[in-house]
Design a protein around this ligand. Structure first.
Ligand code: FAD
Ligand code: NAI
Length: 468
């Protein structure tokens, strides 16, 4: 069997790469070791977490806010089994969708673990031990990432869980302890808090969502605290002991050392301290593909590894571990292999946390601009002053636009607020076109919409917001 391209892994990076390559006329095959396509994102990541965030948000609305809207539904009852079935349906719909798209584009699919047997050769070993050798001009590695483990802590996916276990708990834990105040910790912490768990988040650093704009992090933590999530920042976990009758004792102490240790009890402990590139069983050492000190496959600007004909994209290489980043790299490498000029603009990759309210950002944070010595003007607009937010009763949060002090070019936008994940899209397009804050400010935005807060924040850059 001979191909132009064999892609290993059919997550958002791999399957999108394969489809684009096939569209461009390359004879393409994929190898996937899971039973279903779609990778971490569709099976145990983006899609199931968003389904549970959606369902738990509806539960909380019915529980706490419907009465304010004049809707009396009594006290809603949770049917967790049904909620999980709703989530599973969403996953199945999406993974089947990818299977259909691969078939429609005439991408040949092989189920099994792909191993690079040498330049131009991929061996696929299926679960029943059968194997096939695929000959190919090019290989794209899109094997994604795996959970980062905490040394000395065993993840049993029952009491001590990773995100995967936290997406399929069979009861609401009375106490959930989350290790890591990153995206997973705060999204899944929100899900289980809404469903009735007492949630405590232990974070090593002195802030939540490291990497995001500092002001956004502070405001977001205040909002989550108001919702009932407890935070222990600047704290490290030194041990997790699972009890004989279930539950766990978690020992923590100040991250800086020196302070007293404390033991916290929890029914479930979620370890959410990041993800690591996944390259197991790929045979990289045999063919000599180089990795960096974090285990990420080293590539040049064209996704080429040090071995001719072998490329890598997505979570397994450097950059933000996001599905849309992996997808865009998939398109770019497919286009390059077909002789076109694929390109990803790493300066404009939106980042969204799908809690309520949502957090969304694109471009540089204030901290990054200060560090780089770039002079900027900031325009900020609170949702308390936005007509639609007031009418909806969703006034938490703000939009902040950061623009170059000399050229007015938009350098970064940071939003905490309802629907922030959708609001960030117009700014990403604007930034892609090199917009100034005045360009956004002079664009007519429909009334009454939350998007007017983006326009007002852009106006505020030059101190001419109307509604504050
Ligand atoms: P993956 O999606 O990890 O896919 C890799 C695939 O390769 C897997 O299917 C794996 O089985 C397969 N594979 C590995 N090794 C082999 C082999 N040797 N042979 C054959 N197949 C192999 N990102 C967002 O942008 N938005 C979100 O809302 C979001 N939510 C998330 C929620 C959670 C709980 C988690 C864990 C992640 C979330 N992410 C989100 C991150 C997102 O899932 C990843 O960035 C994305 O899946 C990376 O895509 P990928 O194609 O590089 O790898
Ligand atoms: P993360 O990198 O977002 O956050 C991990 C947090 O754990 C950090 O705040 C870090 O300081 C903290 N931490 C690390 N070691 C610790 C320790 N020993 N004790 C206490 N805290 C510790 O990683 P997370 O949340 O696991 O997510 C992994 C990746 O998945 C993210 O990088 C993100 O790109 C992706 N993801 C994206 C989502 C989205 O786009 N909405 C949703 C979920 C995941």
């Amino acid at each position: 069997m001979s191909y132009d391209l064999v892609v290993i892994g059919t997550g958002p990076g791999g399957y999108v790469c394969a489809i684009r390559a096939a569209q461009l006329g390359l004879r393409t095959a994929v190898a996937e070791k899971r039973a279903t396509h779609g990778g971490t994102c569709l099976n145990v990541g983006c899609i199931p977490s968003k389904a549970l965030l959606h369902a738990s948000e509806a539960f909380e609305e019915a529980n706490k806010h419907f009465a304010d809207l004049g809707i009396d539904v009594g006290t809603p009852k949770l049917d967790l089994k049904k909620m999980m079935a709703f989530k599973d349906e969403g996953v199945a719909g999406n993974t089947k969708g990818v299977e259909f798209l691969l078939k429609k584009n005439k991408v040949e699919t092989f189920h099994g673990t792909g191993r690079i047997a040498g330049a131009g050769r991929v061996e696929v070993v299926s679960e029943d031990g059968g194997n096939q050798m695929l000959e190919t001009k090019s290989i794209v590695i899109a094997t994604g990432s795996d959970v980062t483990r905490l040394p000395g802590v065993t993840i049993d996916e029952k009491v001590v869980v990773s995100s995967t276990g936290a997406l399929e708990l069979d009861r609401v834990p009375k106490k959930l302890l989350v290790i890591g105040a990153g995206v997973i910790g705060l999204e899944l912490g929100s899900v289980w808090r809404r469903l009735g768990a007492e949630v405590t988040v232990v974070e090593y650093l002195d802030r939540v969502l490291p990497g995001m704009d500092g002001e956004v992090g502070k405001q977001f933590q205040r909002i989550l605290t108001k919702q009932g999530i407890a935070f222990k920042l600047s704290t490290k976990v030194t041990g997790v002991e699972v009890g004989k009758k279930g539950g766990a004792s978690v020992t923590v102490e100040p991250a800086a050392g020196g302070g007293a240790a404390e033991t916290l009890q929890a029914d479930v402990v979620l370890v959410a301290i990041g993800r690591v590139p996944y390259t197991e069983s790929l045979g990289l050492d045999t063919v000599g593909v180089q990795r960096d000190d974090k285990g990420r496959i080293l590539t040049d600007a064209h996704y080429a590894t040090n071995v001719t004909g072998i490329y890598a994209i997505g979570d397994v290489i450097a950059g933000p571990m996001l599905a849309h980043k992996a997808e865009d790299e998939g398109v770019a490498i497919a286009e390059m292999l077909a002789g076109q000029s694929g390109h990803v603009n790493y300066g404009v990759i939106p980042n969204v946390v799908y809690t309520f309210p949502e957090v969304a950002s694109v471009g540089k944070t204030e901290e990054e601009l200060k560090k780089d010595g770039i002079a900027y003007n900031a325009g900020k607009f609170p949702f308390t002053a936005n007509g639609r937010a007031k009418a909806n009763g969703t006034t938490d949060g703000f939009v902040k636009v950061l623009a170059d002090a000399q050229t007015d070019r938009v350098l970064g936008v940071h939003i905490v607020g309802a629907d922030a994940g959708n609001l960030i899209a117009e700014v990403a397009v604007a930034m892609e076109f090199g917009a100034s804050s005045e360009d956004i400010a002079r664009t007519c935005h429909a009334h009454p919409t939350l998007t007017e807060a983006v326009k007002e924040a852009a106006l505020a850059v030059n101190k001419r917001a109307i509604h504050v």
